[in-house]
Each structure stands twice: as C-alpha cells, then as structure tokens.
Design a protein around this ligand. Structure first.
Ligand code: HEC
Length: 120
C-alpha cells in the first residue's frame, strides 16, 4: 500500500510539472504576440519579414534566453562583453520583456518545428 501511494503521488507530481511547463509554453506564445515579435520574425517565428531577421523557431531554449538577456544588458548600457549585445531594434524589444516572459517565450520557440539545424 505504501508503495502504491508513493508511485501515485510521484505520478501526480510529474503531471504537475508537465502542466507547469505547458502553461509556460502557452504564456510564451501569447507574450510573443502581445509584444509584436511576429511583425518581424513572423507568426511562426520562421517566416521573417526581412531576410536579415533571424529564424527563432526551433532554436535552443537556453540560447534564446541568453540572447534576450544580452540585448537587455546592452540596452541598459552595460559595457561590451561576450554577455552583452548592442542592437538598437532588439535592445528596445528585449527591454520591454520581464525575465518571466523571456523564459516563457524561449520555451515556446524551442518547441516549434524549424528549418534550423546542423546539416552534414
Ligand atoms: C523591428 C523588427 C524586430 C522585432 C519587432 C523583434 N525583432 Fe528580434 N530580431 C530582429 C533583428 C534585426 C535581429 C538581429 C539583431 C542582431 O543582429 O543582433 C533579431 C534578433 C533576435 C534574437 C536573437 C536571435 C539569434 O539567433 O541570436 C532573438 C532571440 C529575438 N530577436 C527575439 C525577439 C522577440 C522575443 C521579440 C519580441 C519581444 C522580437 N525579437 C522582436 C528584429 C526584430
């Protein structure tokens, strides 16, 4: 009985974690729309409106988080370093995002099908 209770509560905990992750992904999709990211990167985050606007769909989550935080630092006037990106457009965009939104948007983008990848 103890064993069954432990297994059941383990399963409940796991589905709770998966639910939280699904919520974060949905929130990320909404934040992407709310902040008009799609106006440059496309609704699907891979059909950019200009060739020099990068594809975001399918990029690694931690890379995206790092990039957005680096734009925020650049916008806040941090001196140039490998953790700072200076870009007028993305600096202004990233400065509007909360840390939570950055995490959620990155989680959503990482789930999308994408042409990005290493081809050998
Ligand atoms: C006005 C057009 C425009 C808008 C709006 C815009 N972006 Fe960008 N984005 C760019 C451009 C241009 C770059 C490349 C900048 C550079 O050279 O660093 C970029 C780069 C990025 C990168 C880095 C990609 C990489 O491969 O390193 C991320 C992540 C990103 N944008 C996310 C977003 C998010 C999230 C939003 C909405 C909050 C957004 N962008 C809104 C034009 C835009």
């Amino acid at each position: 009985m103890k064993y069954i209770t432990a297994v059941l509560s383990g399963m409940l905990l796991l589905s709770g974690v998966q639910l939280a992750q699904a919520d974060a992904i949905e929130a990320g999709k909404q934040a992407f729309q709310k902040h008009a990211c799609a106006s440059c990167h496309g609704d699907d985050a891979k059909t950019s409106t200009q060739p020099d606007y990068p594809i975001l769909a399918g990029q690694h989550r931690d890379y995206l988080e790092q990039a957005l935080m680096a734009y925020r630092r650049g916008q806040a006037g941090a001196p140039a370093s490998s953790n700072v990106r200076n870009n007028a457009i993305m600096g202004a965009m990233a400065a509007q995002l909360s840390a939570e939104e950055i995490k959620n948007i990155s989680a959503w983008l990482a789930t999308l099908e994408s042409p990005l990848g290493v081809r050998r």
